[in-house]
Ligand binder design. Structure first.
Ligand code: ADP
Ligand code: MG
Length: 326
């Protein structure tokens, strides 16, 4: 199978009529795709690369990899409150492996269809397996959720659950074991993350700042804090119990449980801030998009990130010495 057969077979699908609300004027097949964001909209653009051995294991199911490659990009649109328009795929492959391409493209297209984010172009070359997707979205000018904007007194919220993907990774690494069904659940969270696109859109005009959690809750929150010029106090216990498999997380002991939930990474949830007076609006955004939202702390005027237990005491030194919290 040559390069052009490969593209035609797996990646150049005719776009359904009215794709992305008619915003795709031209898809795959020419030198450029043409996107037509609606008047008054800003184009939101983000790229994420996945490298074998660093971002995924060579044993991963190709369909799950196709899903995840797009999901991590959609998560960036979600964090900005942007709605997807389309995406491009730059792909380096060691060889034209039909089984891999069939699964990968199926997983990718399934999420592209579900999210209204069709593939509109890309590049294909031979080389070590490497995937780079760029997503394009739109958001009303002035309404994008940014990392800056959090104010002292705001509540800090997290969507969904954190810590599960790290739990799965540690099972793969052989550092712990889980019963079969619990492993399936956390593996699903690691391999098929749910980008919170609808929640991000619903939080426009409600959240004061947002970021998606790819490197760990506290690490990513600290980027938001720095951009906003504020500090925060996070209740470790609340964040820890948002894990779908929190019983298994807790069984690891408080220290490891906190490390997985607070700095585990690969969660693709949103962490965001909103004034306390907007708490009902945040809950309504969560309910309208069927996304759990949990308040986990508050923004302080004083710089720095403080992690406290249920009674407000700072967590012990061993815990707070994790690199992510430095
Ligand atoms: P060019 O030579 O202009 O870079 P290519 O020959 O690389 O064009 O690609 C031909 C067409 O196929 C272009 O429209 C390009 O966007 C599309 N394409 C190439 N690779 C991919 C891919 N992996 N996924 C989607 N579209 C692709
Ligand atoms: Mg090219």
């Amino acid at each position: 199978m040559g390069e052009f057969d490969l593209i035609a077979r797996y990646f150049a699908r005719p776009l359904p009529q009215g794709s992305a609300g008619g915003a795709i004027a031209l898809g795959t097949g020419d030198d450029c795709a043409l996107l037509a964001p609606a008047p008054g909209m800003h184009l939101a653009v983000s790229s994420d690369m996945l490298v074998e051995g660093r971002h995924f294991l060579s044993t991963v199911d190709p369909a799950r990899l196709g899903h995840k490659a797009l999901a991590v990009n959609l998560s960036d649109l979600a964090a900005c409150g942007a709605e997807p328009l389309g995406c491009t795929l730059a792909l380096a492959l060691p060889r034209a492996d039909a089984a891999f391409l069939d699964g990968f493209s199926r997983g990718l297209w399934a999420l592209a269809d579900a999210a209204g984010c069709p593939l509109v172009g890309g590049d294909t070359t031979q080389g070590p397996l490497n995937l780079c997707i760029t997503v394009f979205g739109q958001v009303p000018a002035g309404q994008a959720l940014l990392r800056r904007g959090a104010k002292a007194g705001d509540q800090i919220w997290v969507s969904g659950t954190v810590g599960d993907a790290r739990l799965a990774l540690e099972v793969f690494r052989g550092t712990l074991a889980l019963p079969g069904d619990a492993f399936d659940a956390v593996r699903e969270r690691m391999e098929r993350p749910t980008p919170r696109v609808a929640l991000g859109v619903a939080l426009r005009g409600v959240a004061t700042a947002a970021i998606d959690v790819s490197d760990g809750l506290l690490g990513d929150l600290s980027h938001l804090l720095r951009a906003s010029g504020v500090g925060a106090t996070v209740q470790a216990g609340v964040a820890m119990t948002t894990g779908a498999t929190s019983a298994h997380l807790k069984a690891l002991g408080a220290e490891r449980c906190a490390a997985f939930a607070l700095s585990g990474g690969d969660d693709y949830e949103l962490v965001f801030t909103a004034p306390a007076s907007a708490a009902d609006a945040v809950r309504a955004a969560g309910a309208a998009t069927s996304t759990p939202v949990t308040p986990i702390g508050r923004i302080d005027a004083e710089a720095g990130l403080r992690v406290v237990d249920a009674s407000g005491r700072p967590l012990d030194r061993a815990f707070s010495s994790f690199d992510h919290f430095a």
